[in-house]
Design a protein around this ligand. Sequence first.
Ligand code: CAA
Length: 258
Amino acid sequence: MIESVVLREVRGRVGILTLNRPKALNALNDDVMDALGVALLEFDADNDIGAIVITGSEKAFAAGADITVMKDLNYVEALRSDFITRNWETIRRVRKPVIAAVSGYALGGGCELAMMCDIIIAGDNARFGQPEIKLGIMPGAGGSQRLPRAVGKSKAMDLVLTARMMDAAEAERAGLVSRVVPAERVLDEAIEAATVIASMSLPAVMLAKEAVNRAYETPLAEGLLFERRAFHALFSTEDQKEGMVAFVEKRPATFVHR
Ligand code: CAA
């Protein structure tokens, strides 16, 4: 039996997707990205799943787009096929939160995949970078746009233009990752965070995720308007009543919409 390039597992209300091309350090080809896209959309549509974790191996989250595939690509083919777009942005269509649990290398497309997730939790052995310049190309799956938004212009230029890698501590200082934990804890930490998120009211989670993403995609006034409309809308849910009554009654909330 051929083993899948993306493994699926469900723990409680958390869907876990593990990139599984360990011999190629999880280099991302069409098979991997297609499988990842299908699995993400299925988890997103599954009422029993409240949050998703994407992870890799201990040595590599993903070492980038597959260079063996790219080496023979020419400009016209890249342009015509809109190379790298196919299924790479599926993750943006996912409305439930997605956490990247990064151990080892997250380079090129691997770093870009992590940055498409909502939260990055890193093992202390994680290395982030956009080393495409060493291959005579540049980032092509969002790295030149999402990295500066995450770490600022100077550090993004440094990484993109010199191909230098950033370790987990530097990535946390720079704001790229939300937490750094010992490498052997990274998946458990991500699953714990996802479990907490999956226990909240799903409408609140989905609107909160959308609102934070607006901060990166719209002017401030538009983002604030979206936030206010979404905030008001949540007062129509049973979960708002339950959450606030539970607080007043000093008991844990049990949300209906999960
Ligand atoms: N594509 C294809 N194969 C890859 C790969 C990639 N991106 N990264 C690693 N591999 C393969 C290696 O060829 C090697 O295969 P073999 O055993 O068959 O020789 C195997 O994975 C193990 O890799 P190394 O022997 O190189 O392992 P290492 O520990 O010595 O080095 C590394 C690790 C520093 C990550 C190194 O593998 C490396 O530099 N990889 C390439 C990183 C890179 O340039 N990524 C950007 C790709 S371009 C891109 O992603 C474009 C975009 O924006 C979407």
